[in-house]
Design a protein around this ligand. Structure first.
Ligand SMILES: *Cc1c(COP(=O)(O)O)cnc(C)c1O
Length: 519
């Protein structure tokens, strides 16, 4: 019966007492059997399609996939049944996705998810707890708080710290700047933003970050009603870290102009280069100038777990707030991040009570309703993923995984430097490696940088279109470049060497066809 009622029924019939919905939900013997069957089949689909892939992408273009998918009926009048639906999804959709576990998939901060995290995902989706209120979550709320406490301690915070799990760095960065804005309005202008909106002085408020900071600093400023122009970017050095001298000059200039800098965003792991701003110097400047110090450690936060590399995050404990992502260097399934706050009392700046969710009487009675710590309402039990991963592996094993990718990145940079046809303009701090293929001959009438950039762009497109490799592109000093984000701990130096051979060959082929096209 369980399977039958999920499968299509050609005879339309009216609902009756006999026509139960049991097989659609957990809650009965029938539902449990249907669940078991569905998940076992889903596991088979994962094993067969995503288990061991020959290439990182099938290579289809957006147009080809659009044509293929255009015949799908996204809302059929009668259902096809789950068996048929799983086959369909496996063959026509999953088959055309990016294989994150493949060693030649190295474009973005997009990790192969770790098995304990995947197991946790099965549990947390079935439990379907919502972390906004105690009465929707029970132990899930307490576990999340314990995870927040553990993370706060790992980053060197004291007993006043607090925080919450988030959808990722975007939300965590937004929250840091949201609290910072509301606090400066209260302290400097005696203005309560959550009641009265922006103060009249708002157009003088400024946020500082480096020129290499993530775009979400500007995005947040726009969303906070300050506008992107409220973000002042400070120049970076050769290794893409914020220049402290330039910061000092900027602060002086802003002061002379009567502007009000209120937040300093440091990046611990820039998206392109993985560089880490000089946190001790920036912490000192923030303290001296009374700036909210937010560290965007979405990428580099994982180093706090590493004995070898945690020194690179020295002074992160001085941050008023920290963004850390678990769906990057912690190998958790998307989405999973955390926002950490050095002094939980600052949550007063976004406090609100909803009678149905977190009445003030609950606060008085000590009932934890985490909605008051988040900008989300309904919220997943994502904390279970890192919890299960940490518990299953232990910190040391996790650190080994993280360290191995940083080592591969240094080896990759060394290999690039040994090769004549490549340049690598930085020493990797994390596991991002930016590089460029250098053309053998630049046509006499071509601008060398432009030609180099164009060839590198074409290399990236060719590899993706052939399904050979997913490599990132970025710009360095205005010239298009290539980038590996070596997040996959299973990738070996031999994999990278062969990928570089491939890139070199594609580069040579593109060059010779460019020459042919000219003649
Ligand atoms: C990934 C990233 C973000 C954005 O985080 P999401 O998890 O994608 O929302 C912000 N800052 C940095 C440095 C990042 O690496």
């Amino acid at each position: 019966m369980s399977q039958e009622s999920l499968d299509s029924d050609p005879e339309p019939h009216a609902a009756s007492d006999a026509d139960s919905f049991d097989s659609l939900f957990l809650g009965s013997e029938e539902g449990t059997a249907a669940y078991r069957d569905a998940i076992e089949q889903a596991v088979d689909v994962v094993a067969n399609t995503l288990g061991e892939s020959e290439s990182p992408y099938a290579g289809a273009s957006p147009e080809a996939i659009e044509a293929q998918l255009s015949s799908f009926d996204c809302l059929p009048e009668s259902g096809a049944g789950l068996d048929e639906t799983l086959d369909h999804v496996s063959e026509e959709i999953l088959a055309e996705t990016i294989r994150v576990a493949h060693s030649a998939c190295g474009a973005h901060l997009h990790c192969p998810p770790m098995i304990p995290g995947l197991a946790a995902e099965v549990l947390l989706t079935a439990a379907n707890q919502s972390l906004d209120s105690w009465d929707q979550s029970g132990a899930a709320t307490i576990l999340e708080q314990q995870m927040v406490d553990t993370l706060a301690e790992t980053f060197g915070y004291g007993a006043d710290a607090d925080g919450v799990f988030t959808s990722g760095g975007t939300q965590s960065n937004f929250m840091g700047l949201l609290l910072a804005r509301n606090k400066v309005a209260d302290e400097r202008f005696d203005h309560w933003v959550t009641d009265d909106g922006l103060p009249p002085e708002a157009d003088r408020l400024r946020i500082l970050c480096s020129a290499d900071a993530h775009f979400t600093a500007k995005q947040s400023a726009a969303q906070l009603g300050l506008g992107e122009n409220a973000v002042v970017t400070v120049e970076t050095d050769d290794e893409h870290r914020m220049c402290t001298d330039a910061l000092d000059e900027t602060l002086e200039t802003l002061d002379a102009e009567g502007l009000v800098p209120f937040a300093l965003v440091a990046t611990a792991g820039t998206t392109d280069f993985g560089s880490i701003d000089p946190l001790p110097e920036l912490a000192a400047r923030a303290h001296e100038h009374d700036l909210w110090f937010h560290v965007d450690a979405a990428y580099g936060g994982a180093l706090a777990f590493s004995d070898t590399h945690r020194e690179k995050l020295a002074a992160i404990e001085c941050a008023d707030s920290i963004a850390v992502d678990f769906h990057k260097l912690f190998y958790q399934p998307i989405s999973c991040g955390a926002f950490l706050l050095q002094d939980g009392a600052n949550y007063q700046y976004i406090q609100r009570h909803a009678a149905y969710l977190n009445p003030e009487s609950d606060d008085e009675a000590g009932v934890p309703n985490l909605v008051s710590k988040s900008v989300q309402t309904t919220r997943r039990f994502d904390a279970l993923k890192p919890y299960m991963t940490f518990r299953a592996l232990g910190r040391q094993r996790l650190a080994e995984v993280i360290d191995s990718t940083l080592e591969l990145a240094s080896e990759t940079a060394a290999s690039l430097r040994e090769r004549d046809r490549f340049t690598c303009p930085h020493s990797p701090t994390l596991n991002a490696v930016v590089f460029r293929y250098i053309p053998e001959h630049t046509p006499s009438d071509a601008d060398s940088d432009q030609y180099t950039g164009a060839i590198n762009e074409q290399i990236r497109d060719t590899l993706l279109n052939d399904g050979r490799a997913v490599v990132a592109r970025t710009e360095v000093d205005g010239v298009a470049s290539l980038k590996f984000t070596l997040l996959n701990p299973r990738t070996t130096l031999a994999d990278i060497e062969s990928l570089l051979d491939d890139i070199e060959q594609v580069g040579r082929e593109l060059e010779s066809s460019a020459v042919e096209a000219q003649t």
